[in-house]
Design a protein around this ligand. Structure first.
Ligand code: PLP
Length: 373
């Protein structure tokens, strides 16, 4: 498979750059902080956690807690995975055969296209463009569908742009899939981090019988170290096939992950609220920062998630800007090459910045040193 450009860049810089200013997860916490939040009995629950194998589908109470976040999903319609990435991989391997066709929106989280590409699938991209607030045009989705299209793959709130379609547009996308009898793979890992509650979309699996809703504790909850993701889906047969595939990968989730994951989900709304508050204050800081450099940045708040894809206007271009910034100031942003795709235009003037974590002020101070004023 071709290199996962984002992960390859992170391999070099994620833990060596002084200021990680492009994280895609909300602020995490220690086990101790989580136990304090979880309250009475939590410490004992962790100590009693049995370190044996766990069910491939995921712990029963865990799946029940996950299912409670959906309108139409029972615990039996949830399959757990090692992070969202394993879920995405297994879904693509299960749904797609060589020669199938699929549609993916660009720019995107690269695995959404690299995994199907490796299977031998033909892919058509539908561009998300800044002039449309990075939202898709339904007529372009319709035009991309062919006789052998099997799947449409989407991700909202979007990585890297933070875009969210309106409810009407979202239902249009679903109706197009329904009309053509297509699977809809909906990566919803940033759900919960909308700037305004009315931006929150119904989860695909709640409104479409052929949708797979991917989610995880990594992003909006802020616990990527737990590696706990899931797919919720109404089709029992497909879930069963994916479970068979998981037997060849992680087999089951680590039991401490399940124990701690249950604590996260029991307090999920409190954790989301805390993360949304941090994001709101970080966005105020970013508004203020970018307002000082109108000749260098075109900045517009995204609608959700904790990453954005602003435009860099400096003469050297966003690629050189990001590379110099990390090498000289220790500030890590994601350069545009990371989002190059074979299925849509590249965006050489854009870079990814994150705002889900604490202390972004320090990173912005360091960034100032690398700006041509
Ligand atoms: C849109 C999207 N989907 C999936 C993932 C994978 O998440 P995880 O780390 O939980 O496997 C990421 C991680 O950045 C992502 O941004």
């Amino acid at each position: 498979m071709r290199d996962f450009a984002l992960e390859a860049y992170f391999s070099q810089w994620e833990f060596t750059a002084k200021h990680h200013m492009t994280a895609s997860d909300a602020q995490s916490m220690s086990i101790q902080e989580l136990l304090n939040l979880a309250g009475e009995g939590a410490q004992e629950e962790l100590e009693q956690c049995w370190l044996g194998y766990t069910p491939t589908w995921g712990d029963e109470e865990l799946r029940d807690l996950i299912a409670q976040n959906y309108e139409r999903i029972q615990s039996s319609q949830v399959l757990c995975f090692a992070g969202a990435e394993e879920g995405l991989y297994v879904a693509m391997r299960t749904l797609l055969q060589p020669g199938d066709h699929m549609v993916v929106f660009t720019p995107n989280y690269q695995a959404a296209e690299s995994v199907p590409e490796d299977i031998g699938v033909t892919i058509t991209g539908v561009d998300l463009r800044p002039e449309n607030d990075w939202c898709p045009q339904p007529q372009e989705l319709k035009a991309a569908i062919t006789a052998n299209t099997r799947l449409v793959s989407v991700n909202f709130p979007n990585n890297p742009t933070g875009s969210i379609p309106s409810q009407e547009l979202w239902m249009d996308i679903i109706e197009i899939c329904r009309h053509h009898n297509l699977y809809l793979f909906s990566d919803e890992v940033y759900r919960g981090l909308e700037l305004h509650p009315h931006h929150r979309l119904p989860q695909a699996t709640d409104v479409y019988e052929k949708a797979l809703s991917l989610n995880v504790l990594s992003k909006s909850y802020g616990f990527p170290g737990l590696r706990l993701g899931w797919i919720a889906c109404q089709e029992a047969k497909l879930l069963g096939e994916m479970e068979r595939y998981k037997h060849y990968l992680s087999i089951c989730n680590p039991s401490p992950t399940e124990t701690l994951g249950k604590m996260v989900l029991r307090h999920g709304s409190k954790i989301w609220e805390k993360n949304r508050q941090l994001i709101a204050s970080n966005l105020d800081i970013l508004d203020d920062f970018f307002a000082h450099y109108p000749h260098l940045f075109e900045w517009k708040r995204p609608q959700g998630g904790c990453v954005a894809f602003p435009r860099y206007l400096g003469a050297e271009g966003a690629q050189t800007f990001c590379q110099k910034l990390v090498q000289e100031q220790g500030v890590l942003l994601l350069p545009p090459s990371v989002y190059d795709t074979s299925y849509g235009p590249s965006h050489p003037q854009h870079f990814r910045i994150g705002f889900g974590r604490k202390n972004i002020q320090e990173g912005l101070e360091a960034m100032k040193g690398g700006l041509s004023v």
